[in-house]
Design a protein around this ligand. Sequence first.
Ligand SMILES: [Fe+2]
Length: 473
Amino acid sequence: MSDQSSKNSILEFFTEKGILLSPNALQIIIKRNLGNQVMNLLSPDIIESGYLSEKDVLNLMKRSSQPHVEEYEVNIQDVTVGSSVEDFRGYFVSRFEKLRKIILTSMSMLGSVDIESARKSPERRVKTVGMISSVGTTKNGHLKLTIEDLKDHMDVIIMKDKIKQGEVYLQDEVIGVVGSLSSGSGRRVIFADEIVRPDTPSRIVDDNGGEPVYVASLSDIHVGSKEFRKDEFRRMIKWIKSSAEDSQQLKYLILSGDVVDGIGVYPNQENDLDIVNPTEQYELLAELISDIPPDVMVFVIPGNHDVVRIPEPQPVFSKKIGSMFPPNVVMLPNPYTLHLEKKRILVYHGMSLNDMIELIPGASFDTVGPAIEALLKRRHLAPVYGGKTPLIPTPVDHHVIEEVPDIFITGHVHSHAVGWYRGIRYVNSSTWQSQTEFQKIMNFSPNPSILTLFDLNSRTTLKRDFKKREVLN
Ligand SMILES: [Fe+2]
């Protein structure tokens, strides 16, 4: 049917029912191919008012794609907390086994053996996998890594002319090594030709042609802080409720931790607080969030300022906190992989970014992208153990990135960065807190009040900056 004839038949349909159609509403019905759904537009309210506006049509579209809360029943595995030598061993074994499995899927690793077999191999050419236990330099300037597996260890030499610029190897990361064994007497070493990281497969992401469905990310709200930018946060919610096309297509909202400022997170924090009682901080957040339309699902993970255990993996909020929020709010642990509309969204507050910013060349608090990419490349959310990221030695390492995400959401750093890494979209999701005294001392200026929107049906990523008043226009 041509546009003109479908326009005529839609107009005819509404005229027959005695309903006046706004020109914009008509345009949306035609543009979005809603011709066969016009019957659904005839709610008692519309019939009574005799008028169908653009907003009514957008609301109908939103209702028809409404998710069911039950779909997001969160399955949280039991995290047992221990600190014995055995607990630590179990944790590292889990990390090693999971990452080795990923590394062995690489074609380059075909024929890989364990370190003991590699060390004793009659062949010069060997391939093996190990966890880095030390990183050093030989007196001739070559890189020397000691790798170990469950039974043995071995040194790996990367000749200085083979060290890629900007490449760093971190203690505790798991790598595959392809190279040649040293000859002669003494303990043998491998001269590496290739280091194989677990990494994520390169993927090409295409638009699937579907209507936009946005998932938006925001982070580090810090409700309760004197620096909480309440007006801009309210303006953002007003935008979500508005008839702007992007906001009407927003179906999911993800809050990636530090939703309140907490108390006792650092010395004398009470001087920086507007609301000292954390329960009241959550109450205010719940009040603000309850203004978000109920058909937008809101997912919340905790961060290091929240009232849950700080060492990761962090559990979901207590029932007491959870019950303050409306039913469209779902509490998740940190980290967590969400499955939405057949897409995987990895959500992590991002404490390990502090470590990675120090270690990864080109990364800084203002330029977080290289640090985020370094996590994906290593398929681990906290590759360095014992840095600034408190980790619990759980029997299963929850920080291994087993499922390759489509979108990777982080926070914690209070800056804003979006990027692509081998077909994965990522973001550091800004903050809703102005510069704190501590950040002033560190000479860091946050980039607050930004909402990032990812279309799950295309490559489109949008940024809405609520520092700018015109964003609502
Ligand atoms: Fe934060």
